[in-house]
Design a protein around this ligand. Sequence first.
Ligand code: PEP
Length: 250
Amino acid sequence: MKPRPLIAGNWKMNGQLSALTELKNIAAAAGSGLADRRDLLICPPATILSASRGVLGDHVAVGGQDCHQAESGAHTGDISAAMLKDVGARYVIVGHSERRADHGESDALVRAKAEAAMKAGLVAMICVGETEAAREAGETLEVLGVQLAGSLPDGLSGETAVVAYEPVWAIGTGRTPTVADVKQVHDFIRETLSDRFGDAVASAVRILYGGSVKPANAAELLAVDNVDGALVGGASLKASDFIAICEAVA
Ligand code: PEP
């Protein structure tokens, strides 16, 4: 059985309290049926996570964009998974390519963060994706295989983890892989999950596609085999675009 689709918005370092009006519009659409056939999630900046939780109501989850791997302690500027949970988060993104690039995050660190998230009772959304150079060199699946092996914790399940495939070269560029390329990668991720965790877990873990998803291309991307939803960056900042993408789920 296919898992229930998940459409997630990643606001990155965008949005202040004034942006809550966009969330009110998303919450209104969710309350009028948008959330009936898919799970909805917004990951705002940590500064407005609590306020976002208050605005989004029962039908849209909120999540963090990163967490520290430790439970607490001397880590100035960092946020623990338990702190995110405390203010109402249900998910946290870990291993986004911008974190991997800007902060030198390794697969081992991403795995430690995912473990911390799961331990705190959050769903870890673990991101993987190849660079343009790796794709051009024909190394996409090899790179993804290494990232998956190193970043996914033992013992994950469909309730505790989501995998997001985000080709680095497609993020924020307006470029997307072909439908055939998306299918090849998502099939590969499902097989990789199956080899390590067994068929039952593999079929329950949602595999999202992310990278320049827009209202105009969402239906095509979301219809691909083994695509169980989308991780949406820029287009999630505007309620009308995010809602249109959610509506594109078949
Ligand atoms: C992202 O950063 O997670 C992302 C998918 O961004 P965009 O949709 O803007 O490409």
